[in-house]
Design a protein around this ligand. Structure first.
Ligand SMILES: Cc1ncc(COP(=O)(O)O)c(C=O)c1O
Length: 393
C-alpha cells in the first residue's frame, strides 16, 4: 500500500521506521554517534557527520513528512529554529506579511532579528482576505500564517488566501496549535508547514523540537542547506522522543479535543466568565471556517474571568491540576497568563491591540479525567472570589 493510501494512525506508527539491518530491531535505534567510519576517502556515503544527517533524525523527518502527507521534512532543535529555518528562504530587501496575533517568540524574531538582515514585516489581520492581499507589496515574498492563533484562537482561511495571494508569495503556516491530525495546510494550498514539535507532536513536554515541511524539492533543498549550515538540529535522543511521542498523536488529539470542548462549554455557561475563546463553540466568530478547515478544534482554550487582572491572576495561581507554566500540547494540563508569560516580549500597545490583556488566561487542556479538570477550574474560580480579590459581575 502506498503511504498516501494509509490512514493517519498507520502512518504515525509505521512511517520513518526501517528494519535495523544489523539486529532486526523493530523500534528505531538512537544513533548516538557524531561521526561515521568512511569506507574510503571521497566515496559517497549517506551519513558522515550528524549535523548534516543522523539516522534517528532521518527516521523522525520521514515520519513528520508522512504526517503532513508531504515529501520533505527537516527537523530542527526547537520550533523557533524551524521558524528561523523557514524564513531563511528570504533575502535582504524582501518583505514578509504575517498574522497579527502570532506566538510571541515568532513576533520577536520578525521584529527584532529579521530587520537586521534587511527583511521587513507587516502584521495584518489575516482573517481579512482583502486587507491581507492589499498589504502585499511588490517585495512581498512570504505570507506567514498562524491558525488557530496564540492565545486568542483566531483563524484564517488558508485555502482562500492561497487562491487570492499574488503568485510570487509563498505561504508558510505554523500548524503547531492544530497539529497535522487536525489541519493539513499543504492540501489547502500552503507551500510550507512549520511545527514546534515540542507541543502536540511530541506530546509529553520532554523534548524540544521543530520541523519545516514541504512538497517542493527546491524549498526542501534550501531548508536542508540552512539546517546543515546553521546546525540548529535536534540530537538523536530528542529525535527519538519525538518519533515515539508522535505515534500516539491521533489518540492524544482526540482526547485533548474532547476535554477542551467540555471545558469550553463549562466556562461559557458560567456568569463569572466574560469571554471564552474556542473555535469549537458555535458562538466563536469563525466557527464555520473551523468546521471546514479543521477535523476538530484543538486542545487550547482561552478565557477571561470577570473581575479583571487581579482575579485572572488569582485563578492562575489557585488551580491544583492545571500547572502554572508556559507551553502547551503535552498530556498534562497547563494554565498561563499570556500577557505576563508567553507574550511578555510584546509592547503594552501591541498587546492592547491584540486584546492580550492581563485578564486573559490560556489553558492547555491535557488528557486527564475531564471531570477532575472541570472540578479544578470550578474550585479555582470560586476560591478567587472568596479570597476577596475581585468584585465579580
Ligand atoms: C505557535 C508556536 N510556534 C512556535 C513556537 C516555538 O516553539 P519552541 O518553543 O519549540 O521553540 C511556539 C512555542 O510556544 C508556538 O506556540
Amino acid at each position: 500500500m502506498t503511504r498516501a493510501a494509509q490512514g493517519f494512525a498507520t502512518r504515525a506508527i509505521w512511517s520513518g521506521r526501517e528494519r535495523c539491518a544489523a539486529t532486526g530491531a523493530t523500534i528505531a535505534p538512537i544513533y548516538q554517534s557524531v561521526t561515521y567510519t568512511l569506507p574510503q576517502i571521497g566515496a559517497p556515503v549517506e551519513f558522515d557527520y550528524s549535523r548534516t544527517k543522523n539516522p534517528t533524525r532521518t527516521f523522525v523527518e520521514r515520519q513528520l513528512a508522512a504526517l503532513e502527507d508531504a515529501e520533505h521534512a527537516c527537523a530542527f532543535g526547537s520550533g523557533m529554529a524551524a521558524v528561523a529555518g523557514a524564513v531563511s528562504l528570504l533575502s535582504s530587501g524582501d518583505h514578509l506579511l504575517a498574522t497579527r496575533d502570532l506566538y510571541g517568540g515568532t513576533h520577536r524574531l520578525f521584529t527584532h532579528v529579521l530587520p537586521r538582515y534587511g527583511i521587513t514585516t507587516t502584521f495584518v489581520d489575516t482573517a481579512d482576505i482583502a486587507a491581507t492581499c492589499a498589504a502585499a507589496t511588490p517585495r512581498t515574498r512570504m505570507l506567514w500564517l498562524e491558525t488557530p492563533s496564540n492565545p486568542r484562537l483566531r483563524l484564517c482561511d488558508i485555502a482562500a488566501l492561497a487562491r487570492t495571494k499574488p503568485p510570487s508569495v509563498l505561504i508558510a503556516v505554523d500548524n503547531t496549535f492544530a497539529s497535522p491530525f487536525l489541519q493539513r495546510p499543504l492540501a489547502l494550498g500552503a507551500d510550507i508547514v512549520v511545527h514546534s514539535t515540542t507541543k502536540y507532536i511530541c506530546g509529553h513536554s520532554d523534548a524540544l523540537g521543530g520541523a519545516v515541511i514541504s512538497n517542493d524539492p527546491e524549498i526542501a533543498a534550501q531548508i536542508a542547506f540552512h539546517q546543515n549550515c546553521v546546525g540548529a538540529v535536534p540530537g538523536p535522543f530528542d529525535s527519538y522522543l519525538t518519533l515515539r511521542g508522535a505515534k500516539t498523536l491521533p489518540l492524544r488529539m482526540e482526547a485533548h479535543c474532547r476535554n477542551a470542548a467540555r471545558i469550553a462549554e463549562f466556562l461559557e455557561r458560567r456568569d463569572d466568565v466574560a469571554e471564552v475563546c474556542y473555535p469549537g463553540l458555535p458562538g466563536h466568530p469563525q466557527h464555520e471556517l473551523a468546521l471546514r478547515q479543521m477535523r476538530a478544534f484543538g486542545g487550547v482554550v482561552s478565557f477571561r474571568p470577570r473581575g479583571g487582572a487581579e482575579r485572572a491572576h488569582a485563578v492562575a495561581t489557585s488551580t491544583r491540576i492545571f500547572n502554572l507554566a508556559v507551553s502547551l500540547g503535552g498530556v498534562e494540563s497547563l494554565i498561563c497568563l499570556p500577557a505576563r508569560m508567553t507574550h511578555a516580549s510584546l509592547t503594552d500597545d501591541e498587546r492592547a491591540e491584540l486584546r492580550i490583556t492581563d485578564d486573559l488566561l490560556r489553558l492547555s487542556v491535557g488528557i486527564e479525567e475531564v471531570d477532575d479538570l472541570i472540578g479544578d477550574l470550578e474550585r479555582a474560580l470560586e476560591l478567587s472570589v472568596s479570597r476577596g480579590v475581585a468584585r465579580v459581575g
